[in-house]
Design a protein around this ligand. Structure first.
Ligand code: MEV
Length: 435
C-alpha cells in the first residue's frame, strides 16, 4: 500500500517529478520506473517472445489514479488507457468517495471453472449422477495435473455436472488458482480429467476449457459519498444525488443504456487490468456475461440515495493474477504491482473494481449535472494547448480561453497564445513607460 495517494497539484508537475512523488509514496524505485516506462517498457526482442510475427511494439499512456483508498489503505493505482479524462475522472471520483471513508471491498476466493463437455451421452441424468459419485476420484486426477498449484495451497475443490440436453452433459471442475489468473492451470485440469469423464458417462469428449464466466470469483465494492462533495457550481449535492439515482435507474431499466454505463465502468477496470499485465478480454467477457445473469443485460454498478449521501455498489467477476503470465516478462506490469503494494490477486481485484466504481461515479455525476462533454473538452483543450506549444502555467490559460471561445483547435490555441503574448508585451511596455 502507499503512504498516501493524495498528491494535490500532481497534474501540474513534470513527468519526472511525478515519478519521484509516486516513488516516495509507494517505495517503487524511480530508476525502475524510467526503465519500465520509457518507450512502453518492452523492446522488440522481448516482445518477440510474447507473440508471433513481431515487428515492433505499440505503447499506450501509463497514468496513475490518485486519492484511492480501499478498505482503509491508500493505493496509487496504475492505469493504461488511450482515452483522455479516464484517469482524471477516476481520481476525482475517488476523492469524493474518500470523503465518505473510501471504498469497502470484498473478494471471493480465486475459484475458476474448468468445463468439459460430453456429447452423445446415452443417458444424461444417469451420467450426471455417475459423475457426482466419482467426484473424489476426479478431484484427485485434477490435482495431479497441477501439482505446483496444489503445493502453493490451491487445487481442485468441487465437481459439478450440468445436463444441457438429453445427450449433452457439461462437467465443471472448480479450481482454486491462488494468485494466478488461472487460464493455463484450469485448461490443464480440463484436459486431464476428460478421458475419465468420457468413460464414466459413455459420452464423447467435446471442448475442454476454462469458462470466462468466472462467477465463483466475484468482487464486490461499496461506497458512500456525502452530498456536499457531489455538488457542482450549478447544482446542490442533493440534486446531483437525485440525478445519479435516476441515471442508475435508467441503466437498470434499459439494456441500451446499461451497455454504455458498463462501458464507463470498464474504462477504469480495463486500464488497471492492462497496467498489471492481465487479460482484459477475459475480464470483459466475464463482466458482460455476468451482466446478463438475470436473463436481461443489467448495470454492474447501481446507485441509491442513503439519507443525505449517495451509496454505490458494484459486483462483477474478476479473474486477475499477480503471478505468472505476462507478469514474468513485462517490466511495467511488475512495476505496477510493486507500486500498488498488493499481496495477492484478491487484493488486486478489489482495487480494480473500486476503480470501476469510481469511473462509473464520475460518468453518472457528469451525466446528472453538466453533461459529459464539458469535462472531456476541458482535458482535450489542455492537450490541444500543449500541441500548440503552450508550456507551464500557459497550458491552463490557453485551454480555458479556447474552451470559452468554443474553438478547441490548434488554430484557436495559437490565436489564444498570440493574445496572451500581446498582453504580456503591453504589460512589459507599460512597466517601461512607468520606469
Ligand atoms: C465514455 O468512455 C464512457 C461514458 O459514456 C460512460 C457512461 O455514459 O456512463 C461516459
Amino acid at each position: 500500500m502507499a503512504r498516501t495517494s493524495r498528491f494535490p497539484g500532481f497534474y501540474k508537475v513534470t513527468v519526472q517529478e511525478r515519478r519521484a512523488l509516486v516513488g516516495e509514496a509507494t517505495g517503487a524505485d524511480v530508476r525502475d520506473m524510467e526503465r519500465a516506462l520509457e518507450g512502453g517498457g518492452l523492446d522488440a526482442e522481448t516482445a518477440d517472445k510474447f507473440v508471433e510475427n513481431v515487428i515492433g511494439t505499440y505503447a499506450l499512456p501509463y497514468g496513475v489514479a490518485l486519492n484511492v483508498r480501499v478498505n482503509g489503505h491508500d493505493r496509487v493505482v496504475p492505469m493504461v488507457t488511450e482515452e483522455p479524462s479516464v484517469v482524471a475522472a477516476a481520481s476525482n471520483a475517488a476523492k469524493m468517495v474518500r470523503a465518505g471513508g473510501g471504498f469497502v471491498a470484498e473478494a471471493d476466493p480465486p475459484l475458476m471453472i474448468a468445463q468439459i463437455q460430453l456429447h452423445g451421452v446415452p443417458d444424461a441424468l444417469a451420467a450426471a449422477a455417475g459423475i457426482r459419485e466419482h467426484s473424489e476420484e476426479i478431484l484427485k486426477l485434477a490435482d495431479r495435473a497441477v501439482g505446483g498449484l496444489v503445493a502453493r495451497g490451491g487445487g481442485a475443490r468441487e465437481v459439478e455436472a450440468r445436463v444441457l440436453a438429453d445427450d449433452v452433459v457439461v462437467v465443471h471442475v472448480v479450481v482454486d488458482c491462488r494468485d494466478a489468473m488461472g487460464a493455463n492451470l484450469v485448461n490443464s485440469v480440463a484436459e486431464a480429467v476428460a478421458d475419465r469423464l468420457a468413460a464414466i458417462t459413455g459420452g464423447l469428449i467435446g471442448p475442454r476449457i476454462l469458462s470466462n464466466l468466472c462467477d465463483r470469483r466475484c468482487v464486490r465494492v461499496t461506497c458512500v459519498v456525502p452530498a456536499e462533495v457531489l455538488a457542482t457550481d450549478e447544482m446542490s449535492g442533493s440534486a446531483v444525488i437525485d440525478g445519479i439515482v435516476n441515471a442508475s435507474r435508467f441503466a437498470e431499466l434499459d439494456p441500451y443504456r446499461a451497455a454504455t454505463h458498463n462501458k464507463g465502468i470498464m474504462n477504469g477496470i480495463d486500464a488497471v487490468v492492462m497496467a498489471t499485465g492481465n487479460d482484459w478480454r477475459a475480464v470483459e467477457a466475464g463482466a458482460h456475461a455476468f451482466a446478463t445473469r438475470t436473463g436481461r443485460y443489467q448495470p454492474l454498478a447501481v446507485w441509491r440515495r442513503f439519507g443525505e449521501a449517495l451509496e454505490g455498489r458494484i459486483e462483477l467477476p474478476l479473474a486477475l493474477g499477480t503471478v505468472g503470465g505476462t507478469l514474468r516478462v513485462h517490466p511495467a506490469a511488475r512495476l505496477s504491482l510493486r507500486m500498488l503494494g498488493v499481496t495477492d490477486a484478491q487484493e488486486l481485484a478489489m482495487i480494480a473494481a473500486s476503480i470501476g466504481l469510481a469511473s462509473n461515479l464520475a460518468a453518472v455525476r457528469a451525466l446528472a449535472s453538466d453533461g459529459i462533454q464539458r469535462g472531456h473538452m476541458g482535458l482535450h483543450a489542455r492537450s490541444v494547448a500543449l500541441a500548440a506549444g503552450a508550456a507551464g502555467h500557459l497550458v491552463a490559460r490557453v485551454a480555458a480561453m479556447i474552451v470559452e471561445a468554443r474553438d478547441i483547435t490548434l488554430e484557436g490555441a495559437r490565436k489564444a497564445m498570440n493574445v496572451l503574448a500581446a498582453e504580456a508585451g503591453e504589460a512589459a511596455s507599460e512597466v517601461d513607460v512607468a520606469d
